[in-house]
Design a protein around this ligand. Structure first.
Ligand SMILES: [Zn+2]
Length: 327
């Protein structure tokens, strides 16, 4: 997936090996797999640090040209959208990457800027998936953890970047200092470097502190895949009740088979996407991702001019393709 703009072929989230420059919106694994040594990347400084910490590589970063802007995406720390204008000012485009319209305590919210063409993420393509106000979800998560800690251990499953740091902030607000593994602690260090205060204990680095803390009840955050085996291990080791939890927007779509699931999302739901689209007021929308077809169909039904983006759309083609009808 790439954008041909004024002589450069820009791979959006490094998803085109033939491009001469990458744009990297944020450091989640599904957006950085295509980064290759020596190919320059347009990205935020925080995303560069997070990618380098996670992939153990050195990125070659170039500044966006004068006709480009990185806009906050509100998804995770350092996440950005790409806004670009053709040099003759003939057209403008925004590529969102993953984005969120509700204010996040760490990442803020997505910045909306008018563009002729919008290339938008389709993680939640259906109008029947709606997220509650973030404050409400946070309060119920805090209450749940506080209550369960009276009786035992609470175990959250999570990826290493974004959600754990948000969870730590939310738990710290109610004086809970969670235990995390070294993969999360590695990411935490980048967040802390950029002014996000996180109070946690790394199970792998601070054996003494960890042993002292786990004599009492505690909250722990582990890899999603390890949540069941970790629950068994903790029950045997501590002889306590262990409640399992997850905090993700996918709680609205899947039953994870855990004790509780919170719909704490760092993505926009359908209604928030419409809010974003109306603020951006594009002439044409391209959807991308696994749900691109469904999202484009639902946007069309909602009266917006939309189509799924092809795997590789040259911007010149895109102008020709949309010129007569919409631009
Ligand atoms: Zn993401």
């Amino acid at each position: 997936m790439s954008l041909y703009l004024d002589g450069d072929l820009i791979a959006l989230d490094a998803r085109d090996a033939s491009a001469n420059v990458n744009f990297v919106s944020h450091a989640h694994a599904d957006h950085i797999g295509g980064i290759r040594k020596g190919v320059p990347a347009i990205t935020s400084e925080i995303t560069r640090e997070l990618v380098e910490a996670r992939k153990n590589i050195t990125m070659t970063v170039v500044q966006p040209s004068k006709n480009m802007r990185l806009l906050n995406a509100g998804h995770i720390l350092g996440s950005t959208q790409l806004y670009a204008e053709s040099k003759d000012g003939g057209y403008s485009v925004v590529y969102t990457g993953d984005f969120q319209m509700q204010e996040s305590p760490i990442a803020g919210k997505a910045e909306c800027r008018h563009a002729d063409v919008l290339i938008i993420d389709s993680t939640y393509p259906h109008a029947d998936v709606t997220f509650e106000a973030k404050d409400e979800v946070i309060t119920s998560l805090q209450r749940y953890c506080t209550a369960k800690l009276e009786k035992g251990i609470v175990l959250f499953g999570s990826f290493s970047l974004g959600k754990p740091q948000e969870l730590i902030t939310i738990l710290n607000e109610v004086d809970i200092c969670p235990v995390v593994d070294s993969r999360i602690a590695k990411v935490n260090k980048v967040y802390e470097k950029h002014g996000i205060k996180l109070d946690y204990i790394c199970a792998d680095d601070n054996a003494g502190e960890h042993d002292a803390m786990t004599k009492g009840n505690f909250v722990s955050i582990v890899e999603n895949q390890k949540i069941r085996e970790t629950k068994q291990m903790l029950m045997q080791r501590h002889n306590k009740r262990v409640s399992t939890a997850i905090a993700t927007g996918l709680s609205k779509v899947f039953d994870f088979g855990l004790d509780v699931q919170f719909s704490l999302s760092d993505h926009a739901d359908f209604a928030q996407s419409i809010e974003y689209i109306d603020a951006c007021s594009p002439k044409f929308i391209y959807t991308y991702g696994k749900e691109a077809d469904a999202f484009a169909a639902n946007l069309t039904r909602a009266g917006r001019a939309a189509a799924p983006m092809r795997p590789k759309t040259l911007f010149g083609d895109l102008v020709v393709e949309t010129n007569e009808a919409t631009l």
